[in-house]
Write a protein of this length. Sequence first.
Lengths: 322, 322, 320, 320
Amino acid sequence: MKEMSYAEAIRDGMRFEMQRDANVFIWGEDVGIFGGCFGVTGGLVTEFPGRVIDTPISETAIVGAAVGAAAAGLRPIAEIMFVDFMGVCMDELFNQAAKMRYMFGGKAKIPMVLRTPCGAGMGAAAQHSQSMEAWFTHIPGIKTVMPSTPADAKGLMAAAVRDDNPVVYIEHKQLLGIKGDVPEGDYCIPLGKADIKRDGSDVTIVAWSWMVHKALAAAEELAQQGINAEVLDPRTLVPLDTAAILKSLEKTGKLVIVHEAVKTGGFGGEIAAIVAEEGLDLLDAPIKRVAMPFAPIPFSPALEKCAIPSEEKIIAAVKSLF
Amino acid sequence: MKEMSYAEAIRDGMRFEMQRDANVFIWGEDVGIFGGCFGVTGGLVTEFPGRVIDTPISETAIVGAAVGAAAAGLRPIAEIMFVDFMGVCMDELFNQAAKMRYMFGGKAKIPMVLRTPCGAGMGAAAQHSQSMEAWFTHIPGIKTVMPSTPADAKGLMAAAVRDDNPVVYIEHKQLLGIKGDVPEGDYCIPLGKADIKRDGSDVTIVAWSWMVHKALAAAEELAQQGINAEVLDPRTLVPLDTAAILKSLEKTGKLVIVHEAVKTGGFGGEIAAIVAEEGLDLLDAPIKRVAMPFAPIPFSPALEKCAIPSEEKIIAAVKSLF
Amino acid sequence: MELKADQLRGFYETMMTIRAFELKAVELFADNQLPGFVHLYLGEEAVATGVCASLTNKDYITSTHRGHGHLIAKGGKVDLMMAELFGKSTGYCKGKGGSMHIADVELGILGANGIVGAGQPISAGAAFACKYRKSDAVAVCFFGDGASNRGTFHEALNMATIWKLPLVFICENNLYGISNCQRDHMRVTDVADRAAAYGIPGVTVDGNDVIAVYEAAAEAVARARKGDGPSLVECKTWRWRGHFEGDPAVYKNQEEQEAWLKKDPLVRLEKKLIEREYATKTQLDEIKGKVEAQIAAAVRFAQESPYPVPEDLLTDVYAE
Amino acid sequence: MELKADQLRGFYETMMTIRAFELKAVELFADNQLPGFVHLYLGEEAVATGVCASLTNKDYITSTHRGHGHLIAKGGKVDLMMAELFGKSTGYCKGKGGSMHIADVELGILGANGIVGAGQPISAGAAFACKYRKSDAVAVCFFGDGASNRGTFHEALNMATIWKLPLVFICENNLYGISNCQRDHMRVTDVADRAAAYGIPGVTVDGNDVIAVYEAAAEAVARARKGDGPSLVECKTWRWRGHFEGDPAVYKNQEEQEAWLKKDPLVRLEKKLIEREYATKTQLDEIKGKVEAQIAAAVRFAQESPYPVPEDLLTDVYAE
Ligand SMILES: Cc1ncc(C[n+]2csc(CCOP(=O)(O)OP(=O)(O)O)c2C)c(N)n1
Ligand SMILES: Cc1ncc(C[n+]2csc(CCOP(=O)(O)OP(=O)(O)O)c2C)c(N)n1
Ligand SMILES: [Mg+2]
Ligand SMILES: [Mg+2]
């Protein structure tokens, strides 16, 4: 175990994979000497000459060429500087990367990772603060990974790179600096395994990425008030560990889903629908979603903080079920 | 009233708006002399010289320039030939069209319609058969319209063009040829009003676009079997007529949601979540979703027909609740 | 490098195979045997043939919605192709892809593509892989005049240039994107002129002259193999049919259509072969007969093959 | 058309306003008074100033993430801008947009933009609106060297050309896109050379010489107004600061930086004004004093303004 930040853990994960497999390389805007807009690839360009490559500002080519390189046998890690820029290259992700294998009758593999940071909280306004995982989860053929801790970040990076399918790996800007113990060397967390970040018996809070931390803080406060919340972090949305969610609900009977993305059309709806379909009789209260309201993300920190799901809102949602 | 096809009704709606307001124009690939890939704009180029404009194969410019024209006071109707091509121009839709007004503090209006056909059933394979409304519903700032009948197609077109916001108007390829009575002249259906396409008391089937017709056929069959299904067509997904859904459930206590899009991450999840949050006590059975399985859409008609939600699957889902 | 007799006869056979395949597709489509969209390469056979003549199985191509010719020229098997057009489980894609998505990754064919222009960045990635692995393989990207207006064109050419990728861009300029003719969709006469925007060579050739295509492509491929980076080769040609089968192409000028039909690339090659005494009419007829038998066999194979079964729906979504 | 004294003094005042605004922003950012990302126009003042001098309020511009200069040159109000940078409710966007999204649609400013290249098609749409309404208004699109590699560049230039839109593309080539220098992100020396790919005029000028910028832009704007279609004007310049405030710009060559600092566009204009006896040093100092007072007032206005209130969160999402 070694203490490192989430950003360092991502880098450590990529470094390990690059050492392990010469076919792994990184490209994206300013990933080289600049080290990426948030420093995540810092230093790798010197450690791996020729394998950490600055691209022009050409997102469709960044993703499209990653697809081509993967189809031709390499294992690209393509970085899109902000998940908000994915609108530029969704075609390459959803019509090309995701569907090639199927369209070709199983005769291609597209082992690529698309790394990209999401999230609000830094006054970066409507085009640099979004959470767009819901779009990705609606695309058969890709997987979606959203780690919340340094250890998960590393272990899921290994799994993402080794996976023979396109994996969207979404890191949260607010988490890059958080520290935690991370296993050294080879450490791989299988995709599709939820993690109980806090054991509890009274209510299940399903949350991912930054929201895990908000949920944990809320749970501490709730514990003071006599409510013992379980915090379940699915870690990967596709594949989703449905069994773990239903199992937790068997214990608690109450579900609050927290995500930073806009509520309408968010992935919380999917989880709620699965539970309403497969576990309705486990519920003894309505399902609550705590999420961003239906508005673009405002610039002013005075407003932005009202938009982001907060501890208080989570607590209120939980308490409304009792 | 005049009998016309869904395609004619869309055209009639556009024609009326173009006559009514000189700022309304149409552009897109092959919308002129070719009349659009599915003939929907056929003839308009001669009726409205200079106002029906063929574009190059440049979806980002088609949508981006529509945003600019709208910001500068015109009212574009931009056609994207298949909704599947939206991955090319999502940025223009979700970061520009949808957010400009908010980002500018309310000081811009983007009155544009993005018309695009969706749907499977013609052996057009994975990149020409999709239903992608879930992405659009997750974007604050735009509205999403999906008519199921000729009359709705016309009335919602009027509302879409007159709306001062970007409206994604999705027409279904399988519906273009269906006929129905359509009010002549000025006919506008307000956005956000569901329509009960069949009255019933035993179960509520929420379905939109092509699936309304499958649901109606299923309902007829169910009626034979003694189950009286209500078929509720929300017609617009954003804004969504939540009240109408809850009201129907008060009567039926059972909910089946049918959509053609892939189930995971589809808009059915949102509806289920709203009901699980606001109307859980109305339910006396699990919520069922009937939707496309989690795979790209196969080419072979032999497989495609297994992918598309069918009458039989709807019937089975309904019956599983009794 | 003067083309030898057997090479030219080989071109003839390839072009004849494409021609016969496509003519059969016309017939089958009209007879409702082919579902979905079918975009034919009739009249453009010289382009794929002339280009792929410089490629081996280690080289990559990306194709388009109008892909049958590229596939055949790159070595694709007509029986597997035909079965795919029918949506049969014996097809290249087990019936899951259809005409617009046929691929043979083993042969370096990274797929036809239903998204205009999508192959451009994909080909850059394949070329990158060749360079990254220090192999001398190259990639070739086929696309149309219409596709040269997509943003992907710009991004892929620029990226290929700055990284000096072993990549050849082949613009099949058939003067139309569906109903939109070139003078309405761009204001340059030669798409090849766009190469200057990246600092790479751009040439325009008669796309109905397989020898001209071959020579220009061979030079570009050689450049790429040597590590001298990408080039753009524009081949002016004409699609005989509507955009897809079923399109009556009312937007086309009838005189232009007739003028182009006279420039039939197969007839021109046939003439040359006979003039140069590389083949007799009888030999060419033999080739034609052989090819037509192959296509007939492919159709039989396709017709007799089973459709995929419902269980196939959910396989091949993910690699294990 | 020789520029008159008052015009040139006007340029000086505009450039000085941009300079003072940006220098103040440096200070305020360092003092943690400005949230979010702030991209400064320091060193590039001559471009926006020289270009916007040919525009009226009826003309449109699209701006970029580095937009303060464009806004000021097009007539934007520094107090509303400053308040927006602070995230105050009195700002141009009521605090909802911030530095990257300031707009003044009344003045024809269709917004700064956080998406590189997004303004390119938007400006084409605005130019289309001018033409559709048969007005003689034009649109101007500002974008960087980095943005000229985006697909939007290609699609917008092509579209503008085929429709002969009244549009001027201004490439602010400051030789870097964040850390990526031009010779690494394209293989042409002059972005203006890309104009040939569309069949429109492309010129390159010294972007630190406001007169050169003015002349080239004036000609392009006149062309557009006359109905002769779009042009591309490349202005070579240099950003003095890091990409955004907080970026130490270690990737930059120090000598290059120093050489460019010597080409300060304001100093050069000042020299010319004095040489031509269009202004005395005292007069220029007066302008500077006036401008600095304006900026100081803008800062006070911003600081004293209230933040938006929670209820503002959900307004302005939709027009009624
Ligand atoms: C991104 C995208 N836009 C539009 C289409 C619809 N479409 C299919 S083929 C085609 C025309 C292509 O023209 P060109 O590139 O010249 O190729 P050609 O058909 O002439 O061979 C169009 C517009 C598409 N498939 N993908
Ligand atoms: C589509 C997109 N890709 C990447 C970015 C991140 N980004 C912001 S500014 C910038 C550099 C832009 O370079 P250039 O166009 O030369 O403008 P400059 O900053 O030099 O003025 C980048 C990569 C973005 N905002 N949008
Ligand atoms: Mg063409
Ligand atoms: Mg720059």
